[in-house]
Ligand binder design. Structure first.
Ligand code: GLN
Length: 533
């Protein structure tokens, strides 16, 4: 049986609970332990797949095709864990399962209630993660902020679970904020006290507090927090703001967070060695002297979280090239009037997306990259837009389009497969998750991957229309990767261009800080060569 670390958040949202959980996971793995992390999301959607990026940010996709919370991206980037649909539990998923059981009569006439039925279902879902696997620790992140009505059943479930497994087999970690009030010139502990008070009202006493703070605080403040929150002084950890999230495991280690956790859970383990991470991830980034500018052309550019994994993957690519990357966020709609913002970019990336808005601007950006030989990486919709651009401007099919945007187009170079046409439900019905891709030798894709077969994650409905394959390839488009079973085009590139590659899948989901994805590494390498500065 694994031991549990339950992580809750208080005071405000956006304190970085996901990164904190991932960092704890990293730290414990560095001590030789097997760790998994689960995210509980209190919203009633079954998964975020049908949610708007404005509401939710990026939808992260796992190998097994689950559409999940972006925190799973942090978990996979920081640790060696491979996430699956079991790692994201939502209220929607819990209720869906309960209502299905109720309709089948599985509750044998009982009144179905939050306690015990909902809480039992949550506990069972948490336990499911370690079923049939040897895990030392399961970290359970509870989304939302303590005090939210929605998260109550999850908090009740973890309270019960700790009671079930015993105090030394589960601990509670609470992430909170210690704000600095400028006018008073002081750090304030009251919000933390209130937040812990709220938790204790429902029977949860935190064992460890991770205090987000702008400035380091004194022992006197630690003492005060410890006293009022009923937590040992050494378990009041200062989660001080850092520029680089990959530094956080080091910040935690300096304060012996791993020691404290393992002591409380009574797990003996060798000490943590993070020197590789420190050298290959943190210091490489810090010391890098060169820098490149990559334009990311999208429609959710003003949102921090909509392209999270892409921004991270670009950073990994930079780290791998001993450089930094500056991301120029370009609103694709604006490119229809003026492309001058692209003039300062050393490389252009067009990410995935849905819907008509912004599509034509992406086509403009791709034409710019193709004609001016600017290093280019297209992802998912970015690949589809590259095909449309090529069909229109190189092959003369001026009205070519994706049927997503013009169902009646004369030249549907991107279209739906027959199997997608019959689908009525939106949720979970795209082509999702890992598929193999066969790469042709002698292509840029082959040079980058160095392999003939790779596996990459998908999230899309539309596909390259093979009816146009001969025409497009006869004019210089290279199909360098296909999904062999159905002969679906997965990668396209251009012959007479230094770096023009576009993929139907999402390579950003498999990039890691210490192991950059080859397509991102290649983009940055080429951008450095092309750099105008
Ligand atoms: N909207 C496109 C499709 O459904 C692309 C999806 C994406 O970029 N993730 O095929």
């Amino acid at each position: 049986m694994p031991k549990y670390i339950f992580v809750t958040g208080g005071v405000v949202s956006s304190l970085g609970k996901g990164v904190a959980c991932a960092s704890i996971g990293k730290l414990l793995e560095a001590r030789g332990l097997k760790v998994a992390i689960v995210k509980c999301d209190p919203y009633i959607n079954v998964d975020p797949g049908t949610m708007n990026p404005y509401q939710h940010g990026e939808v992260y996709v796992t190998d097994d095709g689950a559409e999940t919370d972006l925190d799973l991206g942090h978990y996979e980037r920081f640790t060696s864990m491979r996430a699956s649909r079991l790692n994201n539990i939502t209220t929607g998923k819990i209720y869906y399962s309960i209502i299905t059981k109720e309709r089948k009569g599985e509750y044998l006439g009982a009144t179905v209630q939050v306690i015990p039925h909902v809480t039992d279902e949550i506990k069972q879902n948490i336990k499911q993660v370690s079923k049939g696997r040897h895990l030392d620790i399961v970290i359970v992140e509870i989304g939302g902020t303590v005090g939210d009505i929605e998260s109550l059943p999850f908090l009740e479930a973890i309270r019960q679970l700790r009671l079930e497994v015993g105090a030394h087999n589960a601990i509670n970690v609470h992430l909170t904020l210690v704000p600095y009030i400028k006018a008073a010139g002081e750090l304030k502990t009251k919000p933390t006290q209130h937040s812990v008070g709220k938790l204790r009202e429902i029977g949860i006493q935190p064992d460890i507090l991770l205090c987000r703070t702008e400035r380091r605080f004194s022992q006197a403040i630690i003492r005060k927090i410890a006293l009022f929150c009923n937590v040992e002084e050494n378990a009041v950890i200062q989660a001080i703001d850092v520029d680089d999230i990959y530094e956080i495991p080091l910040v935690f280690k300096q304060q012996a967070l791993d020691e404290i956790i393992l002591h409380k859970l009574r797990i003996p383990a060798p000490s943590a060695d993070l020197s590789d991470w420190e050298e290959k991830v943190v210091n490489k980034w810090k010391r890098a002297k060169r820098s490149v500018r990559i334009a990311v052309v999208g429609k959710y550019i003003e949102l921090q979280d909509a392209y999270k994994s892409i921004y991270e993957a670009l950073r990994h690519g930079a780290i791998a090239n001993d450089s930094r990357v500056e991301i120029i966020k370009v609103d694709s709609e604006k490119l229809l009037e003026d492309t001058s913002i692209l003039d300062s970019a050393d490389g252009i990336l067009v990410p995935g997306g849905f819907g008509q808005r912004g599509f034509e601007g992406k086509v403009v950006a791709i034409r710019y990259a193709r004609e001016r030989k600017v290093p280019f990486l297209g992802i998912c919709l970015g690949m589809q837009a590259a095909v449309v651009e090529f069909a229109r401007n190189v092959c003369g099919l001026t009205s070519a389009n994706s049927t997503e945007f013009d169902p009646e187009t004369e030249y549907p170079v991107i279209s739906l497969l027959e199997e997608q046409k019959a689908i009525q439900q939106l949720g979970g019905t795209m082509r999702l998750g890992a598929y193999p891709c066969r790469i042709a030798r002698g292509t840029l894709a082959y040079r980058l991957y160095g392999r003939e077969e790779v596996s990459e994650r998908h999230r899309h409905r539309y596909e390259f229309n093979n009816d146009y394959r001969n025409l497009l390839t006869s004019r210089g488009l290279v199909v360098s990767g296909v999904y062999p079973l159905k002969d679906l085009v997965e990668i396209v590139e251009l012959e007479d261009h230094p770096y023009f590659i576009a993929v139907q899948f999402h390579p950003e989901f498999k990039s890691k800080p210490d192991k950059a994805h080859p397509l991102f590494k290649g983009l940055i390498r080429q951008a450095l060569k092309a750099s105008k500065r």
